[in-house]
Design a protein. Structure first.
Length: 349
């Protein structure tokens, strides 16, 4: 059985990380062959590092995806997120389609061109994975797709994450870290506002911003306007951010929407408490006041971070709770079984 994983982006981020983990789970499965297909870009390096077969697209278009299908000859197309799923639905023909939704974006929650277009995907697809119950229930027409939908929460390989952290011999000294793409869903301008409050409460605070994105320049400009560039380090993309995350004390997130963010799962596995806006999958990952805090108030977000930084015992307890949570959450066998079962059932249809 040959599976073509179709993604739109050519960079490495949350959804791409999830797909790479699926490849890892199936690497010893002699019945299943997987091929990664997406726009070419920096993702190539991440795939080469993991020895993942890659079919690069010069452009993400109907014609290029159609050619990829002819060349790869998959039994199943496993398309990730709505745009890739919609394009796949137009060119897959009789090839079975699985759609995998990794977020809960605002533009599909009500009546919109995107939500209507995805309804066509929903009728065409044989199975749909949703990354959280919030992602499924947030889609405008989810009730029409209930019979072919399954919530499949993201997980991570904790052992591999720890191994990656150990390969980085550098030492980092940051109080607070943001890890992710600097894009609209992550709300980086609000992130800068919270960072400003942190510097007012703790003038010597050190904050790491790890990641790139189309809003990077805007975020840097706002940091300069707020006068916090001496506290905030924009470190760009890091191929292996595990060690800098492990060496940090608290993770800060200000997302507008999320699925089940991989960075949050990584923070949990490494014992890093998360302070975040109360959105989607994060409400399922964070137990307020136990392994992190959820608030939609900037002042409160900053205050609880400072509280954790100055109270070593509380920080230690939150860290322990994070690692306990991670052990319960990250069940690789369960995840593999769910994906494998979907492949087998879809192939029969």
């Amino acid at each position: 059985m040959k599976i073509m994983h179709l993604l739109q982006s050519g960079h490495f981020s949350g959804a791409e990380n999830v797909v790479c983990q699926i490849f890892s789970m199936f690497e010893n499965d002699s019945d299943t062959e997987c091929v990664y297909c997406s726009h070419d870009g920096s993702i190539r390096l991440a795939l080469e590092e993991r020895n993942i077969p890659f079919y690069p697209l010069c452009e993400f278009s109907l014609s290029s995806v159609k050619k990829a299908i002819r060349d790869i000859k998959p039994d199943i197309i496993h398309a990730h997120d709505m745009n890739a799923s919609f394009l796949a639905s137009l060119v897959c023909g009789n090839i079975k389609l699985i759609s995998h939704i990794h977020n809960n974006s605002f533009d599909s929650r009500g009546l919109s061109p995107k939500s209507i277009a995805y309804l066509y995907v929903g009728f065409k697809a044989k199975h749909i994975f949703w990354v959280s119950s919030f992602a499924f229930e947030g889609y405008a027409f989810h009730k029409l797709l209930k019979n072919k939908s399954e919530v499949l929460y993201n997980i991570i390989d904790t052992e591999k994450l720890i191994e990656k952290a150990e390969t980085d011999t550098n030492s980092y000294d940051y109080d607070c870290i943001f890890l992710g793409r600097l894009t609209e869903p992550k709300n980086p301008l609000r992130l800068m506002d919270v960072c400003k409050l942190l510097t007012e409460k703790k003038p010597d605070i050190k904050i790491a911003i790890v990641g790139r994105g189309e809003m990077e320049k805007e975020a840097k400009k706002k940091a300069e306007q707020l006068g916090i560039m001496s506290n905030v380090s924009f470190l760009g993309y890091m191929q292996n951010p595990a060690k800098i995350l492990k060496d940090s004390k608290v993770m800060l997130m200000t997302s507008l929407w999320e699925g089940t963010p991989i960075c949050a799962l990584e923070a949990a596995a490494l014992g890093i408490p998360i302070v975040s806006t109360p959105v989607d999958g994060l409400k399922e990952l964070i137990e307020n006041g136990k392994n992190g805090f959820l608030s939609d108030d900037n002042e409160e977000l900053a205050s609880v971070i400072i509280d954790l930084l100055v109270d070593e015992e509380k920080l230690k307890k939150f860290s322990e709770n994070q690692m306990i949570f991670a052990k319960k959450w990250n069940d690789k066998k369960k995840y593999y079984s769910a994906v494998k079962h979907a492949y087998e059932e879809v192939r029969k249809k």
